[in-house]
Structures are given as structure tokens and as C-alpha cells.
Design a protein around this ligand. Sequence first.
Ligand code: MLT
Ligand code: MN
Ligand code: ZN
Length: 307
Amino acid sequence: MLVRILGSAAGGGFPQWNCNCPGCQSVREGKNTVHQRTQSSLAVRGTEGSWYLINASPDVRQQLERLRDTVPTSIRSNPIAGVLLTDAEIDHTAGLMILRESAEPLAIYGTNSVRKALTDGFSILRVLKDYCGVVWSNIEPGSTVDLNSDDSSSLEIEVFSLKSKPPKYMRSDVRGDGNHHNSVVGFTFRDRISGGVVTYAPALSELSDSILERLDKSDCILVDGTFWQNDELVKLGMSTRTSEAMGHLPLSGDNGSLNHLAKLSSKRKIFTHINNSNPILVANSAERKIVEAAGVEVGDDGLTIEF
Ligand code: MLT
Ligand code: MN
Ligand code: ZN
């Protein structure tokens, strides 16, 4: 299979429009230790079959240009056979609006909790109904996604549950009944032809034994690299919310994700969904060196992996 990181930054991108943190400023100053990055998204394609988009970021229009070289050149051609959603966060779903020009109804796969958020909260599914239309497929943790049989993809996509963290706009004190079961999931992609196994979890709030075992059994993992420290945004004076409150396990610290990832036997371990405040985005930073010394890579837009 082919896996391509379309966007390696967290929500806001790098630089973020309203941010003057050291990293964002360095990008604007054209420093050679940093470069622009678009918001969190991934594309995956089996040895046979079409590309699937995993999460639709606000930058999806530019991101899909990165798949153009591999799709037919007929007058209208859709580079993707469907969109799979890990959650209903704005940075993972706002791009659905950009896809409204589709000539066919959009095939979207998500959990029931995500469908509810995109109907009652950020009501993009109601809007799309009157544009391209949507064919929604419910996916449930513990099962394998039923991909469109017209595509005859060699991919098997397994859904696994992650700790529930509803988007701000769906918090139980704001909206809804408080049942946010399966509001965040991850995916394990298996290719029936190559045998390759890749796991993607851009929003990871804990590393339970079962998640660690899943990651360890994957040839390649692409996981949440949002924050270096739990109080990163607080220290920079950008927010009062910690990394953990936002549903992201920080990288550093004894129980941080880096320590755990370093012990896994996966051939490639890659951080993605990296916030602009995270010093690992700066090429010569001490934090980048620590990550690389632990055998983990800092993901980048366009990075393509074959397994
Ligand atoms: C997240 O990754 O936690 C969300 O994208 C945060 C947000 O955009 O509000
Ligand atoms: Mn995000
Ligand atoms: Zn910034």
C-alpha cells in the first residue's frame, strides 16, 4: 500500500494565521530550519484500488493536488474513492465543504457519534445534501470497514476505539446528551497483496496496553505529535488548556508518547498532527534531536511510505 501524509500540522497549520509563537515567526522570516505545513490529513491506497482520504482538512484543495499524478486525466476525475473520519473536529472535517463540487455523492465513513456531530453540531452533512450529496457508512470499532465494492481495493481498514473526546461544539454542557461514545477512533490499514500493516492515530489521548500492542504489530505507525509538553500552550500564554485536556498525550515526560514509541518494534514510527507551538518542528532544536535519537521521525507534508 501507499500512504501519503497530506498535512502534518495540527489545526491552524504552520504558521497559524493569528500566531506569533517562535516557530510561526520563523516560518514567516524564511528561516531554513522550518517550513510551512498544512493541516492534518492522510491519503492511503492499496496495491490495488483507489486512494482514500483520511480526514478532510481545511487545506484539502491544495492537498488533493498531491494525488493528481496518479489519477485519470478525463475532463472530471475524482482522485479519491471516499473519506474516512477519525473524529468530527473542525480541522478534520471543514474540508468536506470544499469537496461539495464532487460529481457523485461523497462516500464518507465515520462512527455514529461523528455522524451526529456533523448533523447536529457542525452541520456539514445537512449542507452537503443539497450539493453533491453524501453516502454515509457507519463504521464501528472492532470491525473492518466495508469499502465500496466497485473499487476492489486490496485494503482492509480496521477501526479501533480511542478515548472519547468530543469536539468543543459537542461538549455535553454545550449540546447533546453527553453520549460521545466512539467520538475518536484510529485506523489500521492492511494490504491483502503486500501484507503491509500501517496504523494511523492523529488524536491519541492515552497509550493503553491494547493500543501499544496494535502499534507494535504495525510495520509503520503515524501518530499524534501535537504537543511536546502538557502545559505548552499555557507556558506560551496562548491558552489555558493543557495537552491532555485537549485529548492529546504530550510527547515528552516519563509517561509521554515518545518513551513508549521508542520501545516499539515497528519499522517506521512517525509523528504527525504537530502543533505549530511544538519545538520538534524546528530542524536544529534539542527536542527534534531527542525525537530522532529515539528512532522516531517528524512527519512532513508529502511524505510517502510504501508497505
Ligand atoms: C484537536 O486536535 O484537539 C482539535 O483539532 C482542536 C481544535 O481544533 O479545537
Ligand atoms: Mn486537531
Ligand atoms: Zn504558532
